[in-house]
Design a protein. Structure first.
Lengths: 235, 193
């Protein structure tokens, strides 16, 4: 760490605490914090001021339907968790397969619906769109969760938000796909932060699409999935 | 068995982490209003605020094991998640089109009920924070509001205000420093669970 680095990071403490850094800047800043006791101490000293800000807001009453829609999903997931259905393991399916499948083979696997290990999606909708809960391959990304927010009827795409994903190494990226029949249309790639959270805009028109999927790819620019999806959001 | 309504937030989180939906419902009852209010303050309309609050609470439920008491109160954790989600939404322009008022002119249309001592204390706390914010020099207050409530990055704020980025970063830090001093004289931020 050079003195210049430290000073430039130190100047960003306020922006960091206020959420005014971009994702890339925030990740770099948090890496710096790990190695810089002085910045860490300063951030902790100022943190209560930033954390007081949401408490200054005038209170407005949320509609009762908001609680109802949240609790509907929570109760369903709690029930499923307590009586968890048996899930087929993709590990078995992979047992005789190479770790990285040839794209054509992986695409065929996807087209055949080889998404064993995935549960059933839950949907909460309203007039402006709907939120679909992502199903996750628990054998490969056991801590992952996510939701796809579809705006309107899907013509304007959607936002996929994911949590609990491992950070990838090298040039590896997470790649979103839209499945239309047997075709897989590449969407933007994305990375996740230190906390495992990530989000990606799915800009394609989702009318008539079967699912939004996520795979891990060796590098950006894949034209076909190289593995069965780790995330599957049926539409 | 004690009534879970009498549990402190941190005790309630243990039940939530064990997958208890009733405890989670209580968490929503205690903090859902503040969460919705923060989202509403930031995006300026109820529909987007509802979307964001719903996503945030489902995320809280699914990532409940990540709550660490050592890192702060439950309320701070919940509001932090709502804040991050709202910034994501703003930066992805999901709600920009729906924003109908500026950051300085958001109209408060639905005054919440004020029923309990805790709510009264929170209202008092809100007044203290607003006072601390209002006593900042205008340029520092505006910079902090654009960043925290507007979801703008420091470079966007520099462009909006036609100021160098270094100046904007400096105002953020100075403003927080002054707020910290003022608040520590009045009350300890985060002291009300």
């Amino acid at each position: 760490m050079t003195a210049r680095d430290h000073i430039s990071y130190r100047e960003e403490i306020g922006a960091y605490l206020l959420g005014a850094l971009t994702d890339v800047e925030r990740r770099e800043f948090e890496e710096h914090l790990e190695s810089c006791a002085e910045c860490r101490e300063e951030a902790e000293r100022l943190r209560p001021a930033a954390e007081s800000l949401p408490r200054s807001v005038e209170q407005v009453e949320p509609p009762p339907s908001l609680k109802a829609s949240i609790m509907e999903v929570v109760e369903r997931e709690a029930r499923e968790r307590s009586g968890k259905p048996a899930r087929r393991s993709l590990r078995e399916w992979f047992a005789a397969k190479p770790a990285i499948l040839r794209p054509a083979l992986a695409a065929a696997a996807l087209a055949l619906g080889l998404v064993a290990g995935f549960g059933v999606a839950q949907i909460a909708g309203d007039d402006d769109g709907r939120t679909v809960v992502a199903t996750v391959d628990e054998t490969r990304v056991p801590d992952a969760t996510g939701t796809l927010r579809v705006e309107g009827d899907g013509e304007d795409g959607a936002i996929l938000r994911l949590q609990g994903l491992p950070r990838l190494g090298g040039r590896e990226v997470y790649q979103a796909w839209v499945q239309r029949g047997d075709r897989f249309v590449p969407q933007p790639t994305f990375e996740v932060g230190r906390d495992g959270d990530g989000a990606v805009a799915v800009p394609d028109d989702l009318s008539g699409a079967r699912a939004v999927l996520v795979t891990r790819e060796q590098r950006p620019g894949a034209t076909a999935p190289s593995e069965p999806p780790i995330i599957n959001v049926p539409l | 068995m004690p009534d879970i309504r009498n549990l402190a937030d941190e005790e309630m989180m243990q039940l939530i982490q064990a997958g208890n939906p009733r405890a989670f419902e209580l968490l929503y009852d205690r903090h859902g209003g503040a969460a919705f209010s923060l989202a509403y303050r930031m995006v300026g309309n109820r529909v987007s605020a509802e979307d964001i609050t719903q996503e945030a609470f489902l995320s809280i439920w699914r990532s409940r094991m990540r709550y660490d008491q050592a890192r702060g109160s439950v309320r701070t954790w919940v509001l932090g998640i709502v804040h991050n989600r709202t910034i994501d939404a703003l930066r992805r322009s999901l709600v920009h089109d729906r924003r109908r008022e500026t950051i300085e002119g958001i109209e408060e249309r639905f005054e919440a009920r004020e029923q309990t001592d805790v709510e009264a204390a929170r209202r008092e706390e809100a007044r203290s924070v607003r006072t601390a914010l209002d006593t900042l020099p205008d340029d520092q207050r505006k910079t902090i509001e654009l960043a925290y409530f507007g979801g703008f990055s420091h470079s966007q704020i520099a462009e909006l205000l036609n100021e160098p980025i270094g100046t904007v970063k400096g105002r953020m830090r100075l403003g927080l420093e002054k707020m910290r001093r003022q608040l520590s004289e009045g009350f300890v931020a985060g002291g009300i669970a």
